[in-house]
Write a protein that binds this ligand. Structure first.
Ligand SMILES: Cc1ncc(COP(=O)(O)O)c(C=O)c1O
Length: 384
């Protein structure tokens, strides 16, 4: 049975489609296509959902990161500490504002920025640190802040890359409200996905939010008057209308992801594959508040398992196959293999399995059954 890695239709049943079309008809009526009333309504709904004082809709998560960086005056000559194991946009945004990404390693269990590695990267030019809530798990922000500030001997600004963390929670802090600013993505495959590109920023601080609002619209508070050079990073009203439809079901869908993760864990245990029982696969820890944006297993036989699943049309994906410190576009920064061992091991071993809320129990059984069959067919000598 083929299993799609992702299928947006889990969120587009007949009722949802009709409701989105009705919302879009209203946009066609009022004609405020860009940054219109739906964007304001969405910002208010997200403020309530996240529990963060300021939320501003924008074009996408990559631009949201640029808004955060610019609002904190990060620019040429500055360094920003970024985990090397993340989506490209985290570091790309730093380069886009003219600053230098300095790559740190991740914790091998959580895949999030490792506090000690981040602290070791601090220099006199460190302007900010950018933890990423990878795969929907909250990075340990208080520990990262304490370690980085102690190494710097001063307060270092923190930007949360929360692109994968819509619905993520942590007992000790508000995700998206702990750092000075946070960037979020509503790319269609995200836990809260728009019918196109969209994103938003959040901050507890009014001055930072005001600055991001201005930068979102060419750096001007008043039309045709510009205090600084900003961007056209506005959100389309059609995207906001789609997101307003989806937001009320986000909690339900994130709960379905957690149920899927628990089911996978049981299936792997029953198949004798779980690393905790001596099997070949490390399973992700389902911490409280984990939004399970991705369900990522880890195995030394990753490439063989990926090839086996792909051949049988069972969706899987590698997030991410190359550390950012080794990306060709950052070669001038001097990264070499061996610099960041946990990142490099993760890039060779991680494999994301289908986890979106439309995946059925039978499909998860198919996925784990195929992985078990892959191992059964694998000569023992091929296992590392
Ligand atoms: C960690 C991370 N940061 C930033 C982004 C950028 O978001 P967008 O695709 O909306 O520009 C993404 C999106 O995949 C992401 O996963």
């Amino acid at each position: 049975m083929p299993v799609p890695f992702f299928d947006i239709h889990y969120n587009l049943d007949e009722a949802a489609r009709l409701s989105i079309l009705a919302r879009w008809a209203r946009v066609l009526e009022h004609g405020g296509f860009v940054n219109g009333p739906e964007v304001r309504e969405l910002e208010a709904a997200l403020r309530a959902f996240l529990g963060v004082r300021h939320v501003l809709g924008c074009s996408n998560g990559s631009d949201a990161l640029v808004l955060c960086l610019r609002a904190l005056d990060v620019g040429p000559g500055d360094e920003v500490i970024v985990p090397a194991f993340t989506f490209f946009a985290s570091a790309g945004a730093v380069a886009r504002v003219g600053a230098t990404p300095v790559f740190a390693d991740v914790d091998p269990e959580t895949y999030c920025l490792d506090a000690r590695s981040a602290a070791a990267k601090v220099s006199a030019r460190t302007r900010a640190v950018m933890p990423v809530h990878l795969y929907g798990r909250a990075a340990e922000l208080p520990g990262i802040r304490a370690a980085v500030d102690a190494a710097a001997g001063r307060r270092v600004a923190m930007i949360e890359d929360a692109a994968q963390a819509i619905g993520t929670a942590h007992a000790d802090f508000t995700v998206g409200g702990f750092g000075e600013a946070a960037a979020w993505s509503c790319f269609p495959t995200k836990n809260l996905g728009a019918p196109g590109d969209a994103g938003f920023v959040s901050s507890e601080q009014e001055a930072i939010a005001e600055r991001m609002k201005r930068l979102r619209e060419h750096g001007g508070g008043r039309q045709y008057y510009h205090e600084e050079v900003g961007y056209n990073f506005r959100m389309d009203s059609l995207q906001a209308a789609g997101l307003l439809q989806h937001l009320p079901r986000l909690v339900e869908f994130n709960a379905a992801r957690r149920v899927g993760a628990q089911h996978y864990a049981r299936l792997f245990r029953e198949a004798g594959l779980d690393g905790e029982q001596g099997g070949p696969i490390s399973l992700p820890e389902l911490t409280p508040g984990h939004a399970v944006h991705q369900y990522v297993i880890r195995t030394r036989e990753r490439d063989a398992v990926q090839a086996y699943l792909t051949e049988r049309k069972i969706g899987c994906a590698v997030y991410y196959p190359l550390g950012l410190h080794l990306q060709p576009c950052f070669s001038s920064l001097g990264g070499t293999p061996g610099d960041l061992p946990h990142t490099e091991r993760a890039t060779a071993e991680v494999l994301a399995l289908p986890i979106h809320p439309g995946i059925t129990r039978a499909q998860r059984e198919e996925v784990v059954g195929a992985i078990a069959a892959c191992y059964a067919a694998m000569p023992t000598a091929a296992r590392r």
